[in-house]
Ligand binder design. Structure first.
Ligand code: IPD
Ligand code: CA
Ligand code: CA
Ligand code: CA
Length: 274
């Protein structure tokens, strides 16, 4: 196990301890882009802890977090364009599933990925409430608490439990998802929504879910999850079937075998655009 992976796991756990301490306490909730888009002081505290720890271990590495907690470094947009040239860039979602966290629901995660010259090398997703640590290193398989994981081999949508998320962009992204649900809800065995994109990816990798799709996601939501799914023999594409890139916003991750059926149904529900 590389030092990068070990440090990422250790930091994710530390953030989890911090978050679990406050999970039932009162804390201030703010709105970001609209009233559905939440951030709390705990998102910032978690990001601050993670960034400080990464800086401590790897002072030369770039770090970006969803909440942009002061770092004195470049803005995300400034360096994401040249990510293919950066030797080590960490991408952090300090709480994936803030709505769950605010409501005291258990499905929230910490997601940390290390990108090297544009490729995801390490991915760690920690679910503190259940003490589930998912991780992968490029070329070395995917693991849940030390046990290797694999996607489920199901080939049929009517034998698949699939998942999605409800984006905070109500006008476009959430409507796309709802149209998809109205179509897929009658052809898949069932649909689950756990409220954390990273957790959905991790559950696909572990064979607990057969697929996850969502539109309008950000790189910090899924970078770790994409690697974990791929290392568990799954596949990740955009909703039109193109291979995943770090700039992909509309995502399907699955065992690969039900991917085509999913794309067909999503196109029927929404057309090709989003
Ligand atoms: C959100 C969660 C949610 C998904 C949203 C994400 P956040 O992340 O992953 O499941 O549906 O699209 O933005 O804001 O809780 O980190
Ligand atoms: Ca957010
Ligand atoms: Ca997120
Ligand atoms: Ca977040």
């Amino acid at each position: 196990m590389s030092t990068h992976l070990e440090v990422a796991k250790q930091i994710a756990k530390e953030a989890g301890v911090l978050l679990e301490k406050r999970v039932t306490s009162e804390f201030h909730v703010e709105h970001k882009n609209n009233v559905f888009d939440l951030v709390t002081e705990m998102d910032r505290a978690s990001e601050d802890l993670i960034k400080k720890q990464i800086k401590h271990h790897f002072p030369d590495h770039q770090i970006i977090g969803e909440e942009g907690v002061a770092e004195g470094t470049d803005k995300f947009e400034d360096w994401f364009d040249r990510i293919a040239d950066i030797p080590f860039a960490w991408i952090v979602d300090p709480i994936d599933g803030t709505t769950n966290y605010v409501n005291g629901l258990h499905s929230y995660t910490i997601s940390i990925a290390l990108i090297s010259f544009g490729e995801i090398h390490v991915g760690v997703i920690y679910n503190p409430s259940l003490d589930e640590m998912f991780w992968a290193e490029k070329g070395k398989g995917a693991f849940l608490n030390g046990n290797q994981i694999q996607v489920d081999p199901t080939e049929k949508l009517n034998e698949s439990v699939i998942s999605t998320g409800f984006p905070t962009d109500i006008d476009k992204a959430r409507k796309y998802v709802l149209n998809g649900i109205s179509q897929l809800g009658i052809v898949a065995r069932n649909i689950r929504v756990f409220g954390s994109a990273a957790l959905h990816c991790a559950y696909v990798a572990a064979g607990k879910l057969n697929a996850y799709w969502e539109v309008g996601i950000n790189v910090w939501d899924v970078a770790a999850g994409v690697l974990i799914v791929k290392e568990a023999s799954g596949n990740v594409v955009d909703t039109l079937g193109n291979p995943y890139q770090l700039s992909t916003r509309n995502l399907i991750c699955s065992n690969g075998k039900i991917e085509e059926e999913l794309i067909t149904h999503l196109k029927q529900a929404n057309g090709t655009g989003f």
